[in-house]
Unconditional design. Structure first.
Length: 286
């Protein structure tokens, strides 16, 4: 077996922590162009799926690759609950918002995301491709391939994994503190769901929206990708069929600010907490 390239290993680690499941990532070079193949490690790839991530000079294109015997998995995706379809939709719309070009075919028919309630349930064929061009931003002439692959690959994996049962819903995990009678954060299931958390971070990044703390900037590689996610809609206002909008309903916050938001019930708004921080007279804290 070929040894894994450094880039591939880094991309794998990022996907692993994004979705809390292990992946296999291999680097593919076609001519002078870079690419990656990505597979969930725990499933037999003949029965599961993979992603082909390919770069050309100014473009990234990512394709869903079903395994040879993936009929059962495709059927399972078609039968996904409305809640799972909604999670798919939130990733899809977020990628669209960032001007990703999407091609979705269900049972060989081009399918619109707005019709997700009318999609058939008996899927025998599923095609999904995401293209983004250009991948060079105005202020950089060097492409950060790892970051681009992570970002758009994250959207693609999020869409597919939303329809499957492979991402563990982390119900035991508690982001609160209990020592010394300090604040207990009552995180709800929207905050604990790794798919929601990942969508929020992909769209809004890893910097605290209250105090601008960034774990990568503070702790280096150790803090890479670390942040809490706060859900801004009070649980009491949630109705069934509620669509999480990763841009407005979820907000990345550091654990300190998260704890302070939850010091009130219902929690403080991000704007209010920022105002409180700004009004504190630092000379009086000693
Ligand atoms: Zn903060
Ligand atoms: Zn919260």
């Amino acid at each position: 077996m070929m040894s894994q390239s450094n880039l591939a290993r880094q991309l794998q680690m990022r996907f692993d922590s994004m979705f809390s499941i292990p992946f296999i990532v291999t680097q593919i070079n076609t001519g002078s162009h870079l690419g990656f193949d990505v597979y969930p490690a725990d499933t037999d790839r003949e029965y599961g799926f993979g992603l082909e991530i390919r770069f050309t000079a100014f473009r990234i294109s990512i394709k869903f690759i079903p395994g040879r015997f993936s009929a059962h998995m495709i059927r399972q995706m078609g039968n996904a609950s409305t809640e799972k379809r909604l999670s798919f939709v939130s990733y899809y719309s977020a990628a669209l918002n960032e001007r990703g070009e999407m091609n979705l075919l269900i049972n060989e028919i081009p399918s619109a995301i707005t019709d997700f309630k009318q999609w058939p349930t008996d899927w025998y064929h599923f095609e999904l491709r995401l293209t983004r061009m250009p991948i060079v931003s105005d202020d950089h002439d060097e492409v950060d391939y790892l970051h681009v692959a992570e970002h758009w690959g994250g959207y693609m994996l999020g869409m597919i994994l939303s329809l499957l049962d492979v991402v563990p819903l982390d119900d035991k995990h508690d982001e609160g503190y209990s020592e010394g009678g300090a604040v207990q954060i009552q995180s709800n299931r929207y905050e604990r769901n790794p798919l929601n958390r990942t969508a929020c971070i992909l769209v809004q990044g890893c910097t605290c929206k209250v105090c601008n703390m960034n774990f990568l900037a503070t702790y280096g590689e150790l803090g890479s990708g670390f942040i809490h996610v706060h859900h801004t809609t009070p649980v009491s206002q949630l109705t069934t069929g509620y669509i999480i909008d990763p841009l407005t309903d979820l907000v990345p916050v550091c654990p300190n600010c998260h704890a302070m938001l939850h010091k009130d019930n219902p929690p403080l708004s991000v704007r209010r907490l920022r105002e409180i921080m700004e009004s504190v007279d630092l000379t009086k804290t000693e």
